[in-house]
Design a protein around this ligand. Structure first.
Ligand SMILES: [Zn+2]
Ligand SMILES: [Zn+2]
Ligand SMILES: [Zn+2]
Ligand SMILES: [Zn+2]
Length: 208
């Protein structure tokens, strides 16, 4: 059966005009159509403000939050979050942080500033090295290698943030490599090697 057949018992929708006809078209399938279009509007859609009729019990149940249509109800369900730059409300469903291109650009400038920070790190490192060269001479503190241009700053406690002078060593790349990688070389991890056995023992101990 088509929609038109179903409507035969009611007033023909073609006789209705304008907004009422529109409402009729939207609501006929709910079965409440006749009641709704005959009654005068007694409330307003809280989203678009369109005057509508709702049964008083329905208005009471929803504490006056009534909607003219499914799309207005949908709008009322949307979650909004503030733009992190200007605070203007934006739909959270869009997964955006900013409201507009100009706010996005301002946000990006902030990020760019952060990306420049590794340059500061390089500068800090360079000034640290210059200071050590002046204080300790232009040679490796371990093997006296003297091509000072490639000497490196080693942190004894392996914490690069601890720039206490007592924690720093000015050494050549070879001595530095030795410091960091000799003990952890894969050659020392070989099964059956002395260190290998020690390592296996250690893991056994840990398991116990
Ligand atoms: Zn509405
Ligand atoms: Zn904004
Ligand atoms: Zn050295
Ligand atoms: Zn180091």
């Amino acid at each position: 059966m088509s929609a038109k057949h179903l409507l035969r018992g009611f007033d023909s929708p073609t006789r209705l005009k304008g907004e009422v006809a529109e409402q009729f078209d939207n609501l006929w399938h709910t079965g409440l159509m006749t009641e709704r279009y005959i009654r005068n509007p007694n409330t307003k859609c809280v989203v678009c403000g369109k005057p509508i009729y709702k049964r008083p019990i329905e208005i009471k149940r929803n504490s006056k939050r009534v909607y003219c249509s499914a799309s207005c109800y949908g709008i009322s369900c949307r979650k909004e979050i503030p733009c992190i730059i200007c605070g203007k409300m934006i739909l959270s469903g869009l997964h955006k942080k900013t409201c507009s291109r100009s706010c996005a650009n301002k946000h990006r400038t902030g990020i760019k500033y952060k990306l420049n920070r590794p340059k500061d790190k390089v500068k800090n490192y360079q000034s640290l090295k210059i200071r050590l060269l002046q204080q300790r001479g232009k040679i490796c503190e371990r093997c006296h290698y003297d091509k000072y241009e490639i000497l490196q700053v080693h942190h004894k406690d392996k914490n690069r943030l601890n720039n206490n002078l007592s924690n720093l060593e000015l050494i050549c790349p070879n001595c530095h490599y030795e410091k960091h990688f000799l003990l952890t070389s894969w050659l020392n991890k070989k099964e059956g090697g002395q260190d290998g056995n020690a390592r296996v023992l250690k893991t056994r101990e840990r398991k116990l």
